[in-house]
Write a protein that binds this ligand. Structure first.
Ligand code: GLU
Length: 475
């Protein structure tokens, strides 16, 4: 089974456009891409847009946007399944000629009866094969028909799945499923098999909700005498509580993760590590992952989505992201907070402050929020906690400290810190007792980067001005 060693690997991601690229889909795409990269193969994209009501341009764009944001770039042109209906029908009709398929004239009422019998016997509905060996000439003239696969009825089929291992199903459990509907449109089962074949797909890597379909698809592939792909059915992502992923758990489009302030490389690394591992290495560049990626390395148990973990991973990538990029990524968020754009000077201030801001944030929204104090107009408004630090004692300390800071010669973090420390020692005041009111006055909050760094990046005039605004206040 499987493609011969010499056939170049072709993988594909085949999403049905449902309005967004959900994270399970993103992970499937990533595995397909990595496997292609790992084997020097090709990764293709096929949009399964045969459901015309749901497959709007917006839904397709959402998938393409999501893939682009995650840098999951495919090779060659996108294949649109809806454009290939004529080819699908041609294959079904060809199979009719070779006897691998047959026309079924069973009426809607007959099928309903089969369904009812199945319900009564508490088993899944299976078409009973009533037209399998009957001559089509027995059907009334011009009666509508579907084309069904003449599936094997005896024996069993085993799929050796790279993730699930050997899985066997009895042929008696699979019925003669429909390939072509009476209106001439292909079924999903037919379309997938024909497209995978025509695209030269050697490895089908997809969610394990498709494992059952694989047995039917394989029966069709064999009837057509086509080469069989290798299969890897990847466990779905579940919520932290182990239940099937729902909106409540974060079964959202990747665009929602972008809005939550995750970096694409962080989401990628998180999705990669979710149910796949290589030793205890935590972080991989794409090239590193591709160098060691195997399908067998994918775990068989459902992966659980863990936001805390994702945030930690994101924090890691934020810390190592380069500063101009981070400025670009949070600029719009800051503008929304301030209800105005940043000036070039402010952008420069943000860039200079970034090394102090980024070690403290777990996502881009937090990063943006933590920088907002830089751009507030004097006198700045203090939050409640900061206000609390500036009681009369705090304000008294701040007033004395103002003179120390004003006397600093060279306006650098080191010089400011030395002067303040020296003063704290002389006056026998704990550094915290000084830093807290200072932070409140300068940032209007009680959390910020190191206060000496804040002083340096804000500059002498702005810093002293903000201190004066608080010192000058009457209690
Ligand atoms: N279009 C299917 C889906 O979005 C995937 C089909 C396949 O990978 O074979 O679930």
């Amino acid at each position: 089974m499987g493609a011969s060693a010499k056939t170049p690997v072709v993988t594909r991601f085949a999403p049905s456009p449902t309005g967004f690229l959900h994270i399970g889909g993103a992970r499937t795409a990533l595995f397909n891409l990595l496997y292609a990269k790992a084997t020097g193969g090709t990764f293709k994209l096929r949009i399964e847009d045969t459901d015309k009501a749901r497959s709007t341009k917006e839904a397709i764009d959402a998938i393409i946007d999501g893939l682009s944001w995650l840098n999951l770039d495919w090779d060659g042109e996108i294949v649109y399944q809806s454009e290939r209906e004529a080819r699908h029908a041609e294959v079904a009709r060809g199979l009719l000629e070779t006897g691998g398929a047959y026309k079924c004239f069973a009426s809607a009422e007959e099928l309903e009866q089969m369904r009812e019998t199945a319900r009564a016997e508490k088993r899944p509905m299976r078409y009973d094969g009533r037209w399998r060996d009957r001559d089509p000439s027995e059907a009334p003239d011009g009666a509508p028909y579907v084309i069904r696969l003449k599936a094997p009825q005896e024996g069993e089929v085993t799929i050796t799945d790279a993730v699930q291992g050997a899985v066997t199903v009895k042929n008696a459990e699979l019925d003669d499923f429909v390939l072509l509907r009476s209106d001439g449109t292909p079924t999903y089962m037919l379309a997938v098999v024909v497209d995978d074949h025509d695209m030269g797909v050697t490895h089908v890597i997809r969610g394990d909700d498709h494992l059952n379909n694989a047995f039917r698809q394989l029966a069709l592939i064999r009837a057509l005498g086509w080469s069989e792909p290798s299969y890897a059915h990847v466990p779905l992502i579940h919520g932290a509580d182990g239940a099937k992923l729902s909106k409540r758990h974060g079964a959202l489009g990747v665009d929602a993760y972008r809005d939550m302030g995750f970096l694409p490389e962080a989401l990628e690394n998180y999705l990669l590590r979710l149910g796949w591992g290589h030793g205890d290495q935590e972080f991989f560049t794409r090239d590193e992952a591709a160098a060691v990626f195997t399908l067998e390395g994918i775990g068989r148990n459902p992966a659980r989505l863990d936001f805390k973990k994702l945030e930690n991973v994101n924090g890691h990538y934020l810390r190592s992201a380069d500063d101009p990029r981070l400025v670009r990524l949070i600029e719009r968020r800051i503008a929304a907070m301030l209800a105005r754009d940043l000036t070039p000077q402010e952008r420069d201030l943000l860039l200079r402050t970034m090394p102090h801001l980024k070690p403290r944030a777990k996502d881009l929204n937090e990063l943006a929020a933590s920088s907002a104090f830089l751009f507030r107009q004097r006198p700045i408004t203090l939050d409640e906690k900061a206000e609390g630090l500036l009681d009369s004692a705090g304000r008294g300390r701040l007033a004395a400290l103002r003179e120390v800071i004003a006397g600093v010669g060279e306006w650098t973090t080191a010089a400011i810190e030395a002067a303040v420390r020296d003063y704290a020692e002389r006056e026998e005041i704990g550094l915290g007792k000084l830093a807290q009111p200072l932070r409140a006055a300068l940032t209007g909050t009680t959390t910020s980067p190191g206060i000496f760094e804040v002083l340096e990046v804000m500059g002498r005039d702005e810093s002293l001005g903000r201190i004066d605004d608080q010192v000058g206040k009457t209690a």
